[in-house]
Each structure stands twice: as C-alpha cells, then as structure tokens.
Write a protein that binds this ligand. Structure first.
Ligand code: PBG
Length: 324
C-alpha cells in the first residue's frame, strides 16, 4: 500500500524499464509480406500503402536480400498476375510459370535456407472473379472443388522452393487436403502456416489494390464473422488436427483477444498478421503529423507480441528489424 508500494520505481530509468519488460520484439519474430507482379519492368508503389511495392523479379530479389540481412524471420510472398492472365479457375496459381511460382524460385535460389520462404496458397489473386476459390453454377464459392485447386497449387509452390505454405482461403479441410498432397508427392517436410482464424475484415481494403484484386462483393461465406470468438477456437483445433505446423490469427489489432485465447490454447506456434489496413492507418496518421510513426509502429508490434504472437507478419518487418 502507498507509500510503501510505488510502482513508478520500476519505471524511473530506461535501464529499469528494460530490465523488467515482459515482452520483447526481435527481428526474428517478424515476417515480411512481399508482392511480385508480372508484366512490370520497374517496381510499382501501392498508392494506398505508401512505402510498399509490387516488385519485379529483380527488385524482389534485392528487397528480400535486404530484409534477410536486416534479420527478419521470414518472407511471405504474394503473386500479382497480369489482368489478362486471370481466369475462373485461377490457372496462374498452379502454372509453374505463374508469377508467384517464378517469384518463389527466384527467392529460393537467391536465399536458400538462410530464411524461411512462405507462399500465399490462395486463388484470389489469380481468379477473374477475385474469390479465394472456384465458383459453382450458382456463383457460390465451392468448397470441395476449391480444395482440388489448392492441392495443385501447394505442390507447385513446394516444387518452386517454398518452406512453408500459407493457405489463406478459409475453405473447410484445406490444411488436411494440402497435407495429404504434400505427403503423397515427397514433400513431407514442407509445412503449413495455416490462416486458421481469419476474419472478413474491412481493413483488407488496401491489399485489394496491392494485388490488383478483381473481387466484387465480399468473402463473408468463407471468412469469419467479427462477432465471433468461439468459432476461432474451433478453426484452430481443426487446423491443428489436420496437420497445421503454425496457426495464424488475422487481422491482428482488432482481434487481439482472439490472439490471446489462441496463444493460450494452441499446441503449435502462433502467428498474427498485421494487415494492410493497419499499415495504412498508421502511415496516413503519421503523414498527417497526428502520431509519431516509429513509436506507433513499435507499440503496435509490441501489442501483438504481448497478446501472444510468436510470429508477426508486418509490412514494416524489414524496417523494424533494422531498428531492433
Ligand atoms: C487472401 C489474402 C488476403 C490477405 C492476405 N491473403 C485478402 C483477403 O482475404 O481479402 C490480406 C492481407 C492484408 O490485408 O494485408 N489471399
């Protein structure tokens, strides 16, 4: 009781605060999502995500090498095909010469096992309707025929050199289907960072520009409803049972409660994805002089770690790793 107890004693100097800090943020915790685009010859900045680029194969290699030198824990690659190469099945996703698979091969040959190379295993960048799966005759996303496409995509990505696949489409059974396919093709050592608790979110807005998405409508028949918590526990449990090597909660900042519960319950490492809208909000506020950019970035990343994330996917991964 006051005046015997004075919690401020431990906050008096930076050294005292550092000594008792419960949460740490290290470069190895951070994964950099990157975009590689087909049909461009110079990197193109994403207007809604200032500082984030769609890369050419050359600029991708260079930026990835810099990020790895800064100490990031891994890279998560997304492909952006030319609009004319999109179709209803997302053929570019399974084509070994599709832009994502070419990007993976470029990074695998450049970086080898010096980093963890991850691939987005989802059709939405490659479909002309922009959905994460294929559609049935009524125009609904068809779960089981989508799994057949994911399986082919997964094997193509493993062949291209990915260490971890990131199924992000929220189809039921996707982790198990991919696991079976990898095991049947000699890729039993290729793992999955499963987007297990992925919510339908307004904060994905800037990502739609980042990947040139063709989506009209929304993903509410497959991504989770922000109102629900219990459902995430179920999704994580199913993904772990299907063989997920890591599980993920996404978005991060509006779902820190879900992240904490997942971290408390999960038998496998837990990742969280600080998504495009989180990046853009902090960036825009900082550009207006409304917040201190670097402090806001570090506070946001620390909060995600404090909520229980072992791994944080963030567009600031390379920059923040350089500060730490
Ligand atoms: C789907 C996918 C999305 C993101 C990552 N993977 C978009 C979506 O679900 O609509 C969003 C990432 C971000 O907003 O930063 N392949």
């Amino acid at each position: 009781m006051f005046p015997t107890y004075r919690p401020r004693r431990l906050r008096r100097t930076p050294a005292l605060r550092r000594l008792v800090a419960e949460t740490s943020l290290e470069p190895r915790h951070l994964v950099l999502p990157m975009f590689v685009a087909d049909g461009i010859d110079t990197p193109r900045e994403i207007s809604s995500m200032p500082g984030v680029f769609q890369h050419t194969l050359d600029s991708l290699r260079a930026a990835a090498t810099d990020a790895v030198a800064a100490g990031v824990g891994g890279l998560m690659l997304f492909g952006v095909p030319r609009p004319e190469d999109k179709d209803a099945e997302g053929s570019g996703a399974t084509d070994p010469d599709g832009i994502l698979n070419r990007g993976l091969r470029a990074l695998a040959s450049e970086l080898g096992d010096s980093t963890v190379l991850m691939a987005d295993t989802c059709l939405d960048e490659f479909t002309d309707h922009g959905h994460c799966g294929v559609l049935d005759e009524a125009g609904n996303v068809d779960n089981d025929s989508t799994l057949a496409r994911y399986v082919d995509m997964a094997v193509a990505q493993a062949e291209a050199g990915a260490h971890l696949l990131g199924p992000s489409g929220m189809m039921d059974g996707q982790v198990g289907a991919i696991r079976d396919a990898l095991d049947a093709t000699g890729f039993e050592d290729i793992g999955q960072i499963a987007y297990s608790a992925k919510y339908a979110s307004a904060f994905y807005g800037p990502f739609r520009e980042a990947v040139g998405s063709s989506l009209k409508g929304d993903r509410r028949t497959y991504q989770q409803d922000a109102a629900n918590r219990r459902e995430s526990a179920r999704e994580v449990e199913l993904d772990v049972a299907e063989g997920a090597d890591l599980v993920m909660v996404k978005p991060a900042m509006s779902f820190l409660d879900v992240l904490r519960e997942t971290a408390d319950a999960s038998p496998v490492p837990v990742a969280a994805y600080q998504i495009s809208g989180e990046y853009s909000m902090i960036t825009a506020a900082a550009q207006n002089g409304w917040i201190d950019r670097d402090a806001a970035i570090l506070e946001s990343l620390t909060s995600i770690r404090r909520a229980g994330a072992d791994v944080v996917l963030t567009y600031w991964a390379a920059e923040a790793a350089g500060w730490l």
